[in-house]
Design a protein around this ligand. Sequence first.
Ligand SMILES: CCCCCCC/C=C/C(=O)SCCNC(=O)CCNC(=O)[C@H](O)C(C)(C)COP(=O)(O)OP(=O)(O)OC[C@H]1O[C@@H](n2cnc3c(N)ncnc32)[C@H](O)[C@@H]1OP(=O)(O)O
Ligand SMILES: NC(=O)C1=CN([C@@H]2O[C@H](COP(=O)(O)OP(=O)(O)OC[C@H]3O[C@@H](n4cnc5c(N)ncnc54)[C@H](OP(=O)(O)O)[C@@H]3O)[C@@H](O)[C@H]2O)C=CC1
Length: 296
Amino acid sequence: MARDYGRSSAFRPGLLAGKAALVTGGGTGIGLAIARELLTLGCDVSIVSRSAVKLDAALDALRRDGACVGRARAQPCNVRSEADVRGAVAGALEAFGRLDFLVNNGGGQFISPAADLSANGFRAVVETNLLGTFLACREAFTQYMREHGGAIVNITMVNRNGFPRMAHSGAARAGVLNLARSLATEWASSGVRINCVAPGIVYTPSGFENYGAMGEPFLNAVTPAVPCKRLGTAEEVASAVVWLLSEGAAYVTGQELSVDGGLSLVGYPFPLADTGEHSAFPVYGDAAVLPPAARL
Ligand SMILES: CCCCCCC/C=C/C(=O)SCCNC(=O)CCNC(=O)[C@H](O)C(C)(C)COP(=O)(O)OP(=O)(O)OC[C@H]1O[C@@H](n2cnc3c(N)ncnc32)[C@H](O)[C@@H]1OP(=O)(O)O
Ligand SMILES: NC(=O)C1=CN([C@@H]2O[C@H](COP(=O)(O)OP(=O)(O)OC[C@H]3O[C@@H](n4cnc5c(N)ncnc54)[C@H](OP(=O)(O)O)[C@@H]3O)[C@@H](O)[C@H]2O)C=CC1
């Protein structure tokens, strides 16, 4: 059974009181759930992303939520822009005077056969996920964490082991993992830990747009193929992120924690038919005809 993380935290109240965090992509989906969990535990949180509209809506919701104890603020920022990221870290520091935690969650991709990917499409996904993560890590480190220590969590994805039609995204996510491992070794002496959380298939509005575009058969096929027999929730991802940020994980660095109901253990267990179209989503068969994972 899924725990109802949406209504109650797994952590003790006040666990992160007096701390401050920056969450990229914090206005929607998984990032919003992470921000909410941090705020619930007493942490002050800056959420950043490109859309001021999304950020304002999120900020309203967080401030109305009685469970959110910490202070929340928002700042528009495109993580592909060095100046924006520098400003986002500076803004967070100016507002809260410290930056204990960074969560690199802002990102995304589209689904496309590799042969049809334009250089610009590949670049857009790599810059958003990998360059954006690097810039935020570097700014958090140089502006604060080098002197004061801290903890960073990057959101990656189950596809970093190889997934059809996600070459750009998988390459970027694998890069994010290696970046985390490299920075973990380089920055440990400054008291900075850096880890990754790799969600499987998580039910978020944006994720559902991606998955929904693949059609009902995809969703029907996915659920029984996941060992836990259900999709994940944003709150379950947030719970893992908070643990990795917390002192509970004080001796954990350079690691990746899969939050995927076991999906990464069974490879890519979904039937895929080639539509031959540039950006078309895969066509999935009925759940009953799922091939064994070993075939894919
Ligand atoms: C069994 C498991 C299956 C796994 C499915 C995984 C589903 C994943 C779910 C999620 O992660 S949902 C949460 C994340 N949210 C998103 O992914 C949001 C949607 N994506 C985007 O916003 C974009 O893809 C982006 C790349 C992250 C943003 O890029 P940007 O706004 O800079 O893009 P553009 O300027 O519009 O385009 C740049 C470049 O990319 C090409 N391109 C964009 N979309 C497509 C597409 N659907 N197909 C092909 N190419 C695309 C675009 O054409 C541009 O290239 P050029 O035309 O200039 O060559
Ligand atoms: N849902 C799922 O099944 C899975 C999701 N993930 C990953 O988890 C993360 C969150 O996904 P999810 O919550 O589902 O989807 P969302 O689309 O809701 O989250 C993506 C967030 O990233 C922000 N973002 C995108 N591009 C940029 C940019 N250039 N600069 C700053 N912020 C940006 C978006 O805000 P804005 O548009 O305002 O910039 C948005 O808030 C993503 O990296 C996603 O790829 C990984 C595995 C599975």
